[in-house]
Ligand binder design. Structure first.
Ligand code: DGT
Ligand code: CA
Ligand code: CA
Ligand code: ZN
Length: 573
């Protein structure tokens, strides 16, 4: 159990207590949980030194529970609470905008005790009759249920990708295997993944299938046969393995990468040419002779198509483009020369500037932008103008010590509800890069929100519009925003739009990236890192940009350090 596991238990206790109508205690549990999360060393160490009760908020009673949890991994008190509260009521807390207080209220007033019942009550407009709730809340809750449903059992790309890579590495190292790749939506890089698909090309796949089923993280083997196996991992993720002969590997990879719609379009082309396409190869319909199959390239080529990268196989114009030999060149990770959105311990990040610069150097970057929050974002310890000026000096000094990597002194400045910026212009003008972001009043109506964002873009003070739609996958939909109008303003004022690479953001999303590219608006890739480990999320942004058909010329941070500086200097002041 690490600190965040312990904190998660305390948060759950707080929710359960609140659902029972217990006063005060929930806040105490949350406070302790927050402080434990923020500790900079393992709780077990603190316990070993007998200093647990020195952690703020952890009193005597709590300290006993935490120790019990750490030593046994269990807590009967939690089990007891869980048994006292209906499970459906707990699941209601997953609906955005439904906290324990609201859930309790709805339970008492309307007898609602599951998400399904909540949805029915909201659709029947029974929520608006409950004191303290109104029409607006009712709409928000319905919207929240929709967001929850849309995520379904899906998992984030940023979670699935490392999980699948680890699995593939394990298979490669434990068994000789001819060919192996991830396939499905994961290979196409969708922002959420239903299940993980892995394809093996080998003429004797028995051993690798056995190894697949014996993977330590497997909780249950669902299906196992000579050419396929499906498992469920601890935590519930399903993984499908398919094995084909090496000579069919390319056709199978094409087939199992999908999308279904893309495959249908390809098969149709095959039919017109008198060919049959399936997961075993491309065959002449009449003679049955195999025309292609070992590689994807030869399959596409035999269909008269240029190779189509997996990320754009969604039947949204790519087949036509490939027929005309006009498949766009897509941006690659190795073309990205720096990260343009990083937080440090000056605001709500946990690492100092120097550590960020070391990580940028380690990644082979030419530059990295330090972009902490501005003062109106109080919970994030946003910087006042004075602190930002001091930070600029600190960034310059750190750059001198860093040995080569360029440190861009920047800010992620709040776009206030009236469209003004949370930092005086003279301070902004001394920065190397400015991201403007909306962090408050998400529920403005469409016209107001659009006006707010366009005002910031037109101010001439920001270089990048940060996480432009504000969506959090599975938690919060995009705010009401007229994106074409925003992109039009960005084009006019030469402002870039961000592809925020954080796994639950990926904002702009793929389709919106494509809209930006079509209007000649460049995107800026930023990880929004709050610790240096997050800087690895950059590849998720690259995948998203690729799904939006963007090439290196559409992405601001493919510029080298000096061209980037020239671009940025030319824009403001
Ligand atoms: P997911 O898992 O929901 O995120 O989406 P996918 O695309 O990974 O779908 P999945 O796992 O059901 O199947 C993997 C691929 O296999 C899919 O992208 C295309 C191919 N595939 C599966 N079923 C069919 C089918 O009935 N027809 C065709 N043409 N292809 C299929
Ligand atoms: Ca899949
Ligand atoms: Ca599958
Ligand atoms: Zn932000």
């Amino acid at each position: 159990m690490d600190n965040s596991d312990v904190a998660a238990v305390l948060y759950e206790i707080a929710d359960l207590l609140e659902l029972q109508g217990v006063a005060f205690k929930p806040q105490a549990y949350r406070r302790a949980a927050r402080n434990i999360e923020q500790l900079d060393r393992p709780l077990s160490e603190v316990v070993a030194e007998g200093k647990l009760d020195e952690v703020p908020g952890v009193g005597e009673a709590l300290s006993k529970k935490v120790q019990e949890l750490l030593s046994t991994g269990e807590l009967p008190y939690l089990d007891k609470l869980r048994s006292e509260v209906p499970e459906g009521l707990v699941r209601m807390l997953e609906v955005p905008d439904v906290g324990p207080k609201t859930a309790m209220l709805l339970h008492q007033e309307l007898g609602v005790s599951s998400v399904e019942e909540l949805k029915a009550a909201a659709l029947a407009h029974r929520l608006r009759g409950v004191k303290g709730l109104g029409e607006k809340t009712e709409e928000r809750i319905l919207q929240g249920i929709k967001v929850l449903e849309s995520k379904g059992g899906r998992m984030l790309l940023g979670e699935a990708l490392p999980m699948a890579e680890e699995y593939v590495e394990y298979l490669k190292s434990s068994q000789r295997v001819d060919r192996i790749s991830v396939a499905g939506s994961l290979r196409r890089g969708r922002d959420t993944i239903g299940d993980i698909d892995i394809l093996v090309g080998d003429d004797d796949p028995g051993a690798v299938i056995d190894a697949f089923a014996a993977y330590p993280a497997v909780e249950a083997v669902l299906v196992k046969g000579p050419t396929k196996c499906s498992v469920r991992l601890d935590g519930g993720t399903q993984v499908d393995l398919r094995a084909v002969e090496t000579k069919s590997y390319g056709a199978a990879l094409q087939y199992f990468t999908g999308s279904k719609e893309h495959n249908v379009a390809l098969r149709r082309i095959g039919v017109e040419m008198g060919l049959k396409l399936n997961e075993y190869g491309l065959f002449e319909r009449d003679s049955g002779r195999m025309v292609a199959g070992a590689t994807e390239e030869e399959v596409y080529s035999a269909l008269g198509l240029a190779y189509i990268p997996p990320e754009i196989r969604e039947n949204s114009g790519e087949v036509e483009a490939a027929r005309q030999g006009r498949v766009p060149e897509l941006v690659r990770l190795d073309q990205v020369k720096g990260d343009l959105h990083v937080h440090t311990d000056w605001s709500d990040g946990s690492d100092p500037v120097g550590k960020v610069l070391s990580e940028a150097t380690r990644r082979g970057y030419e530059y990295v932008a330090i972009t902490d929050h501005s003062q109106s974002l109080k919970i994030a310890n946003g910087l006042t103008p004075e602190r930002l000026r001091r930070q600029v000096d600190a960034v310059r000094k750190a750059e001198d010590l860093a040995g080569g990597v360029v440190a861009l002194a920047g800010s992620e400045v709040d776009i206030l509800p009236d469209g003004s910026l949370d930092m005086p212009s003279d301070v902004l003008n001394d920065l190397d890069i400015v991201i403007g972001s909306v962090h408050s009043r998400f529920k403005m109506d469409r016209a107001e929100m659009t006006k707010r964002v366009v005002a910031a873009i037109s101010s001439g003070r920001i270089d990048v519009l940060g996480h432009p739609t504000g969506r959090l996958i599975g938690q919060r939909g995009p705010y009401e925003l007229d994106l074409p109008t925003v992109l039009g303003a960005a084009a006019e004022h030469g402002v870039c739009v961000e592809v925020n690479c954080f796994p639950d953001r990926l904002d702009l999303r793929d389709a919106d990236c494509r809209a930006a590219g079509a209007r000649g608006v460049r995107v800026s890739l930023g990880t929004d890192s709050h610790r240096v480990e997050h800087m690895g999320f950059i590849r998720l942004g690259v995948i998203t940009a690729r799904r939006g058909w963007l090439g290196p010329g559409d992405v601001l941070n493919t510029l080298g350090a000096s061209e980037l500086a020239k671009h940025l200097r030319g824009r403001r002041r």
